[in-house]
Structures are given as C-alpha cells and as structure tokens.
Design a protein around this ligand. Structure first.
Ligand code: IDP
Ligand code: MG
Length: 140
C-alpha cells in the first residue's frame, strides 16, 4: 500500500567533510522525494543523545555520539510515497561493507560506523526524529 510519508535524513559529519551533501540530495531528489526541510547544524550533545536514544548502552554508543559531534551535520526532511522505506533502500544497509553498489553507502563508504547517512527506520522514528531536528515552522 502506498503512503505519503516524511522521513528524516542526515548527512553525517564524514559525508559533509567529504563534500557529498549535493550527491546525497541529488540521489533522493532523482528518486522523486521532495525536500521539505534542510539545514546545516553543529548539534548539541543532548540533541544527538535524544536522536540516538534507542542505542544508549550499546558498546558503540559513545563513539556514535562523538562521531555525530565531530563536525557539521546536514539535516533534511524528505516527503514522498513510502518515503521511509524508499530512503532506506537508497541509503543501503548499515554496514557499508555489505551495502550494494548503487546505494549511497555502497558507493561511498566501507565501514559500519562511518557510513555517510542516517535515515529514519520506521514511521514512529521518523516523526520523533523530525521533531528532534526541526522546530515548528522550519519545514514547508
Ligand atoms: P542505521 O543508521 O542503518 O539505522 P543503526 O543500527 O540504527 O543503523 O545504527 C545507528 C548508527 O550507529 C549506524 O548508522 C552506525 O553509524 C552506528 N553503528 C551501528 N552499529 C554499529 C556497530 O556495530 N559498530 C559501530 N557503529 C555502529
Ligand atoms: Mg537506525
């Protein structure tokens, strides 16, 4: 069934540092997703901890928070039919070493940690994460 959805995508600090912001946006826009929010931020630690609350306590959690704090992050809200699943497919799987060529992670990353992009996993995460990164009035 097709659903009009919004999802949160982040270009993580490694993606920004490597100049991949335009490439990431191009891939999502080419797929037919519409930008409805876009900004570059140096997030506070508390924001990153809220964003990644589901991973608190895992062995990689502290390194993950440090990674998100290591440089500017580009946050975007994307809208389209089945946007959440479509964006995850365009990104490729978490471990970039396993990500298929043609996906963002499969074309630009090799590691499970530094993997260029974040995308919301499901509808509940998407609405929670969009509210973490975008204030009222920051999306069109
Ligand atoms: P996702 O980004 O594909 O949704 P999650 O399992 O939600 O993957 O993990 C969030 C992020 O945490 C990953 O994108 C990656 O940066 C990091 N991460 C996940 N698993 C590991 C791990 O086993 N070691 C190191 N970092 C990890
Ligand atoms: Mg996730």
């Amino acid at each position: 069934m097709s659903k009009l959805e919004r999802t949160l995508i982040l270009v993580k600090p490694d993606g920004v540092e490597r100049g991949l912001v335009g490439e990431v946006i191009r891939r999502f826009e080419s797929r037919g997703l519409r930008l409805c929010g876009l900004k570059i931020v140096r997030p506070e630690k508390a924001l990153v901890e809220t964003h990644y609350a589901e991973h608190a306590g895992k062995p990689f959690y502290d390194a993950l928070v440090d990674y998100l704090l290591s440089g500017p992050v580009v946050a975007m809200a994307l809208e389209g039919e089945n946007a959440i699943k479509a964006c995850r497919a365009t990104m490729g799987v978490t471990n970039a070493a396993d990500a298929a060529p043609g996906t963002i992670r499969g074309d630009y990353a090799l590691s499970i940690e530094k993997n260029i992009v974040h995308g919301s996993a499901d509808a509940e995460s998407a609405s929670r994460e969009l509210a973490v990164w975008f204030g009222a009035g920051e999306m069109v």
